[in-house]
Structure formats: structure tokens, C-alpha cells
Design a protein around this ligand. Structure first.
Ligand SMILES: Cc1ncc(COP(=O)(O)O)c(C=O)c1O
Length: 453
């Protein structure tokens, strides 16, 4: 039996009624990718309030690598609920927080002494990483990248690249943020080609220190090892080595924002490990909490201890329910071969997507690392003009046929895969069949229109 089951028109009557209430009660600034309202979710699928079943390629935007409502996660959260829900770790601390910090220090890359603090969201974790880097280096500057996304708070918006809809209208942002091009090889800012470029984009940092900001004024370089919202861009294998060597040369910290690329998505617990990189500070969130809100900042012990007592924290930061859930998530990664599964999902997607690329010129690029995969859609493979409108139509078709997808990229022309890693092969095929029909429908319509003209 197929996982996708559509029983009503999409969206159904109950979802429509909720959408009307939402429009009156909730500001429009909070966008929604689909107009359906969820009743239940399990593994890699979800059911809406009208009884329709969908395959979920979004996974709560990469928060459900271990699957929706994993029994093991639900059960430890229930146990924790029966003991206590909140005390504030700054008032009366609890063991799960310390236990999770110990586990994070052990599983993050780098054999050096580390410490970890927990907060509520990815953005809050990035904010804290910046505070810690500045406190340690006593320097103000932060270098961030084009196409980066680091969150929606004011400092993280300053670090984020995409203007609409994230930044426009919200200025002024905090200062001392400097932006340089990322290793987006498909659209190289320097019109070069890897490997003959000799990683010019990474080496160009030296030039930035002469022309933009003095190296002795830079506290940290912050990068997503694989860009998330920016379009699932995985730099060449030797990129970070060059970048980090330059950071070390000038006493600059390297912060890896692994909020989206972390927790098994790329076939390693952290994408940094796939690049052989040991960040000074690593930020994780999303799938860390197995569906509950939690984020972590892990770093070299001496760096993490730079802020004074009371300089870090937050009322709900490191909530015991979320910490318990994260311990169960780490156990699952130890017990089950979810990392190998991420690679299998990636291979499965690539096999199908490469066939599509031969058939349809709209598929400009197929890329990713492990289970963090995407296609970038273009008007033609030669012009590379972003096919943003077509991307919207493809995701809409998918949704109407029972597959929840989300887009990414500065031009909103990338379709990304963040499906829970517990998806079965059969479900994966079913989902990719829908995506294939969606591309066919949009491309064939385009051909028909072109013929008429
Ligand atoms: C790389 C990265 N950093 C930070 C964030 C912000 O995380 P949050 O939405 O939990 O604040 C995100 C969210 O998508 C992200 O992908």
C-alpha cells in the first residue's frame, strides 16, 4: 500500500477552515510552505486534519533526522515529564544537561578539551557563538559568507545573506560583520572552475584583510560546512582546510554553523567531519532535539570559558525535556546505522536526479553531501537563469500529489531533501516518483506553450 493517501481535495475543508482562522489571528510575516494543518506524524510521513497522508521531505526543516515521534525519544521525554519540566539551569541545575554536554564534547570533531552550553534555537546558538568568540579574542569582526543563513534575530540577520524576505525592512543590523563569497562552484563569484581555481575564493581572505577589514580586528569566520537555506552548496573537499589554515595564521576562530548540516544529515554526525575539519566552535540545533527545541554551542574549553560568570544563559536554555530527548537521539545514532542510511538516501536521490538532468534542461545542478541533497532549477543549462517560478510550480504539484517539499537558494530555485533518515526505500521511490511527475508536468507544459507560440 502506498504511504501517500489523499482522501479530500487538497487542502481539505478542515485545513481551509483553520487557514481562515490563522489569517485573522497570526501575522502574515510567518509564512507557511503548505496550507495543510497537521493532525499526526510518524517516521517519514504525516497526516493532516482531513485524513490525508503525505511523505515529508521537509522533516520540520531538518529537525527530524531520527524520524517523527521516535518511540525512544517519546519515552524518555515522558519519563522526564513525570519528574520535572523546568527549573532553569541557572537556578537549580540538573544532571541531563551535564550528561548531554559531556556527550556533545565527546562526539563533536577534535580531540581537545571542550565545553558545551545549550540554548533554545539555532539563531540563539549562533548569537552565543559570536559572543564567545569576541570575548575570547577581544576582537569585534566576524566574517560571514554570501548565501549564508544563520537565523532571524538581529545579529544572525546581520550574518545572513539573503535580502528578501529575511533582511529587507529590518535594518539597521549590528555592525562589524564582513561578507565574502562562498565556494558556490555552480555560480562562482570569480568565474573560475574547480580545481584549476586553486580555491581562489578561500585564499582571497588574505585580500579581504588588506582591503576590507584588518585581520587583527577579526574574531571569527563563521561558515555552514554545507549551505542550508543558501541552496545545499557543498564546497570542494579541500576548501575548508585552506580557509581554516588562514584563520589559524591570523589567530581567528573558525565557527562551524552545523544547525542544518549536523546531526547525521550528511552521512557523518557533523559535516565538518566529512571535511576533516575541527572547528574552534561548533553550533548545532534542529535534529539534535529529535523534534524538541534545543541548540548547542560546543567549543574549545578555553574559548568557551572566556565569557565571565553570568555572561551566558537564558531562562529556558537547555530545558530538561529537550536535553533528555537529545540524549535519546545520540543513543539512536550509536545504535542504528543512520549515518550509512543518510548516504544511501543521498545515492538514491542522486541516481534519480541525474537521470532527470539528462532528460530535462531545467535541472541545472544536482548536488549535496550524504543525505543533504538538492536540485537547482534553471531556465536552461547554458544560461543558468534561475527557474524560480517553475520551482514554485513543481513544489505545488508535489504538495497536491502528497509530497511535502521545501525550496532553498538565494533565487528560491532549489528543491532540497531533508527527509527523516528513517524513510524506507519504498517510500523514497514513491516520493521521487511524485517529484519526477512534477518536473515532467512543468517541463511538458512549458514545451506545449513554446510550440503554440
Ligand atoms: C545554518 C543555520 N543556522 C541557523 C539557523 C537558525 O536556526 P533557528 O531557526 O532554530 O533559529 C538555521 C535555520 O534554518 C540554519 O539553517
Amino acid at each position: 500500500m502506498s504511504t501517500i493517501q489523499l482522501r479530500t481535495e487538497i487542502p481539505g475543508p478542515k485545513s481551509k477552515a483553520l487557514a481562515e482562522r490563522r489569517a485573522k489571528a497570526v501575522p502574515r510575516g510567518l509564512s507557511h510552505g503548505t496550507p495543510i494543518y497537521v493532525a499526526k506524524a510518524e517516521g517519514a510521513w504525516l497526516e493532516d486534519v482531513d485524513g490525508n497522508h503525505y511523505i515529508d521531505f521537509a522533516g520540520g526543516i531538518g529537525c527530524l533526522n531520527v524520524g517523527h515521534r521516535r518511540d525512544e525519544v517519546v519515552s524518555v521525554v515522558r519519563d522526564q515529564l513525570d519528574r520535572f519540566m523546568h527549573t532553569c539551569v541557572q537556578v537549580t541545575p540538573y544532571e541531563v544537561y551535564v550528561q548531554l554536554a559531556e556527550r556533545m564534547n565527546a562526539v563533536t570533531p577534535g580531540a581537545f578539551a571542550k565545553k558545551t552550553i545549550f540554548v533554545n534555537s539555532g539563531a540563539e546558538a549562533v548569537e552565543n557563538a559570536v559572543k564567545i568568540a569576541r570575548a575570547y579574542t577581544k576582537r569585534p569582526g566576524i566574517i560571514a559568507f554570501e548565501d549564508a543563513f544563520h537565523g532571524r534575530t538581529m545579529m544572525t540577520l546581520a550574518l545572513t545573506s539573503k535580502t528578501h524576505p529575511y533582511k529587507a525592512g529590518f535594518a539597521p543590523f549590528p555592525g562589524e560583520v564582513y561578507r565574502v563569497p562562498f565556494a558556490y562552484c555552480y555560480r562562482c563569484s570569480y568565474s573560475k572552475k574547480y580545481p584549476s581555481c586553486d580555491l581562489y575564493c578561500a585564499r582571497h581572505l588574505e585580500d579581504t584583510f588588506k582591503r576590507v577589514v584588518a585581520n587583527e580586528e577579526v574574531a571569527a569566520v563563521i561558515a555552514e560546512p554545507v549551505l542550508g537555506e543558501g541552496g545545499f552548496i557543498a564546497p570542494p573537499p579541500d576548501y575548508f582546510e585552506v580557509l581554516i589554515d588562514l584563520c589559524r595564521k591570523y589567530g581567528i576562530l573558525f565557527i562551524a554553523d552545523e544547525v542544518q548540516s549536523g546531526f547525521g544529515r550528511t552521512g557523518a554526525l557533523f559535516a565538518s567531519q566529512r571535511y576533516g575539519v575541527e572547528p574552534d566552535i561548533l553550533v548545532s540545533a534542529k535534529s539534535l532535539g529529535g523534534g524538541l527545541p534545543l541548540a548547542a554551542v560546543t567549543g574549545r574549553a578555553e574559548v568557551m570559558d572566556a565569557p565571565g560568570v553570568g555572561g551566558l544563559g537564558g531562562t529556558f536554555a537547555g530545558n530538561p525535556l529537550s536535553c533528555a530527548a537529545a540524549l535519546a537521539v545520540l543513543d539512536l545514532f550509536e545504535r542504528e546505522d543512520l549515518l550509512a542510511r543518510a548516504d544511501e538516501i543521498g545515492d538514491h536521490f542522486q541516481r534519480r536526479a541525474r537521470e532527470w538532468q539528462c532528460r530535462w534542461p531545467i535541472i541545472g545542478d544536482v548536488r549535496g553531501l550524504g543525505g543533504m541533497q538538492a536540485i537547482e532549477l534553471v531556465r536552461s543549462q547554458e544560461s543558468k537563469v534561475p527557474a524560480s517560478e517553475e520551482t514554485k510550480r513543481i513544489t505545488q504539484y508535489c504538495f497536491e500529489h502528497g509530497l511535502i517539499t521545501i525550496t532553498a537558494g538565494t533565487y528560491s530555485n532549489v528543491i532540497r531533501v531533508l527527509v527523516p533518515l528513517v524513510i524506507t526505500e519504498k517510500q523514497m521511490d514513491e516520493a521521487l516518483d511524485v517529484l519526477e511527475s512534477a518536473i515532467a508536468a512543468v517541463c511538458d507544459t512549458k514545451c506545449a506553450i513554446a510550440q503554440e507560440v
